[in-house]
Structures are given as C-alpha cells and as structure tokens.
Design a protein around this ligand. Structure first.
Ligand code: SAH
Ligand code: SF4
Length: 332
C-alpha cells in the first residue's frame, strides 16, 4: 500500500492503551465471546451514492467510477452462497441510492428471511424514519450507521450537506425500533486531532452500541482527500481495544480496511475483535465497490476466498458459530 510521507507506525494520539490495557481488552473479548469469530457475509448491492463524503470513492462527484446495481435476483443468489457457506448473517450495504426505495428493499429483506432465515443487517445510510420502520417490519434485524467522526465541524466538513446531529437522531431512532445497532468511526481522518480522537472514543462509549466498527482512513486518489496520509493500522487496532474496554460485550469487526494490511494484522485484530465480514459481492461488479483503493481487488472468486478465510480461522483455533451471532443483550 502507498503511504504518504510522514507515515509513522507509532504515532498514537494520547489515550492509546498500554500493554496492560491491551491485555485487558483481549481478556474481555475472551470473556464475552470465547474463541468465536462471527462471520457476516456482505453483499455490496449498489455503488450509486447521492452523498458526497470527501473521503469516499463512491461519492457522487467521482465521475471516474463505473456504477452498478445488483438486481434482487442477483442479491438473492449471493445470499444463497452465504447460506451455503454456513454463515448466519447477510449484510446488505450500498451507497445512498434512492433507486432502491423502501418497499423494494423491504421485499428483498423479506425474501431473504423467507428463503434462507438468515439474520439481516442493513447498511444503506440515512433514510426516512418510515423506511427504517418498514424494513424492520419486513424482518431486518440490524442496522449499521457509523458516525465516522463525532466532531461536529469535522463531520460537517467531511460529509458535505450532512450533520452529526441528524445522524445521531437516525441512530437513536434505529435503537427505538429495536434494531441491533452498529456504529463506529474512521480513525485518522484528515483534520482529526489528538483531542478530537479522544472525544470520539468517549462519545462512542456513551452510545453503548451492539456493534462497533473502526476503520483506518485510506485515501482514495479520486477524492478531494486523495493526497492525505493514510491512518496507521496500529491506530485503528488500538482504538478497537479502547472500544472493547468501553463497551465490553459489543461485536467488534475487523474491518476490511484494516484486513487489507494482511493476515497477521487480521489475526492480531481478532484478539480484541470478534467479527469478520467477507464480501460475497459477485465477481463481475465487486471491484467497483471502491470505497478506498484495494477494496475487493483480489482476483480469487468471493466464495473461494470466504471458504479459505473459514479454514484459516479454524486452523488458528477459532470456532465459527453457525447461528446469527446476536447482540449480547439479545442472546437467549
Ligand atoms: N453509504 C453507507 C454505507 C456504505 S459506506 C454509509 O455511508 O453509511 C461504508 C463505510 O465505508 C462507511 O461507513 C465508512 O466508514 C467507510 N469508508 C468510506 N470511505 C473510507 C475510506 N476512505 N477509508 C476507510 N473507510 C472508509
Ligand atoms: Fe456515500 Fe457512504 Fe461513501 Fe458517504 S461513505 S459517499 S454515504 S457510500
């Protein structure tokens, strides 16, 4: 991966854990989730986006990106692959794409529930509250809505036309609809300061989300932040540990942006994290889900990659529960 000049592996902001707190975070992960790794198969069903987040390759002003949308049939075929792998959750993710109106997506959610009985996570951004309610009624179990940054001015600057308050209200509404809710951050966004990073972690703790996703910022050349430095992977790793200390029973994924740094990094991250999200997006479109460079770039077919990931985890002594892998507060 290209790293900008000035990249420093050990440049942690204040508040990063020492060895002792890292060990504590590892112990909490084991206490709550044992040796389990929960797999969520993700289908990135549209890369159209009406938003213009400065950091993201799917932003609407990125005219270089070839856009795609999967048909409901293609989404269900990819879901069949996920079910065949013994994975209990499908994550349906996209840019903010109004083409899939609320009833269309509700239809897909109920077809997934009917045919495969998998847990369904949606990650399609900020939508009308009535849409969230309809999808919940259709059987959606979880919703992932990352705050990205809890700093009001940084959030407004990086997520053009959006506000942190609106996103927080959307999150609270999802909680009120009894979704299992996920949120999180992009670590090392340009403009982040040691103080804002510390406040981010404190505010994240207040939400006590069921799932917490922390990705390292990776610059995309076709965005306004293309020349900014990448976030060191260790920074994301340490913030995952802090998230574990603050919300011990959360599901914490190793994001694909962190896993990009190789298998050793992925395994290290699984000492505090407990979720991996292999992409089962069909081969003919998957490289175009280019949130950041290198995402979905592997040549191996998605099913083969996911099966290899399962084998690798078993080899390293992890167990792979086949159920939905519910949030702690919903475990029976
Ligand atoms: N459109 C939806 C979901 C898809 S984007 C939404 O924004 O909520 C999925 C995630 O990709 C975002 O939540 C963000 O955290 C991450 N992301 C986008 N650009 C990134 C970048 N350059 N580096 C790291 N993560 C990025
Ligand atoms: Fe769209 Fe999500 Fe990317 Fe923002 S982060 S541009 S909302 S896909």
């Amino acid at each position: 991966m290209n790293r900008a000049p000035g990249f420093m592996e050990n440049a942690f902001p204040p508040g990063m854990p020492d060895e002792q707190s890292w060990q504590q975070a590892c112990a909490l992960r084991r206490q709550h989730w044992g040796d389990a790794v929960f797999l969520r198969g993700i289908i990135e069903f549209s890369n159209y986006c009406k938003q213009n987040c400065l950091y993201c390759g799917l932003r609407r002003d990125n005219a270089k990106l070839a856009r795609y949308r999967l048909t409901p049939e293609a989404i269900l075929a990819a879901t069949a692959d996920i079910a065949a792998l013994g994975i209990g959750t499908v994550v349906l993710q996209s840019g903010e794409d109004p083409h899939y109106d609320a009833p269309a997506l509700a239809e897909i959610v109920s077809a997934v529930k009917r045919r495969f009985g998998l847990a369904v996570t949606l990650s399609v951004g900020e939508r009308d509250f009535a849409d969230y309610a309809l999808w919940r009624e259709a059987g959606a179990d979880r919703y992932l809505l990352k705050m990205e940054s809890f700093d009001h001015s940084l959030h407004a600057r990086l997520r053009l036309g959006c506000s942190l308050d609106a996103r927080l209200r959307a999150f609270e509404h999802l909680v009120s609809l009894d979704y299992e809710t996920g949120t999180g951050l992009i670590a090392g966004l340009p403009g982040e300061t040691p103080d804002s990073a510390q406040r981010d972690m404190a505010k994240l703790a207040l939400l006590q989300a069921d799932m917490i996703s922390i990705s390292p910022f990776i610059p995309h050349p076709d965005t306004p932040l293309g020349a900014q430095p990448a976030c060191p992977p260790t920074t994301a790793l340490h913030r995952m540990a802090l998230a574990r200390l603050a919300t011990p029973c959360a599901h914490i994924p190793v994001t694909s942006a962190l896993a990009l740094h190789g298998n050793a990094m992925r395994l290290q991250a699984l000492e505090v994290g407990d979720v991996l999200m292999p992409s089962l997006t069909p081969e003919n479109v998957r490289a175009a889900y280019a949130i950041y460079p290198g995402k979905n770039a592997a040549a191996t077919p998605p099913k083969v990659r996911a099966a290899a990931m399962q084998a690798m985890l078993l080899e390293h002594g992890f167990s792979l529960p086949s159920g939905p892998g519910k949030a702690w507060r919903k475990k029976s």
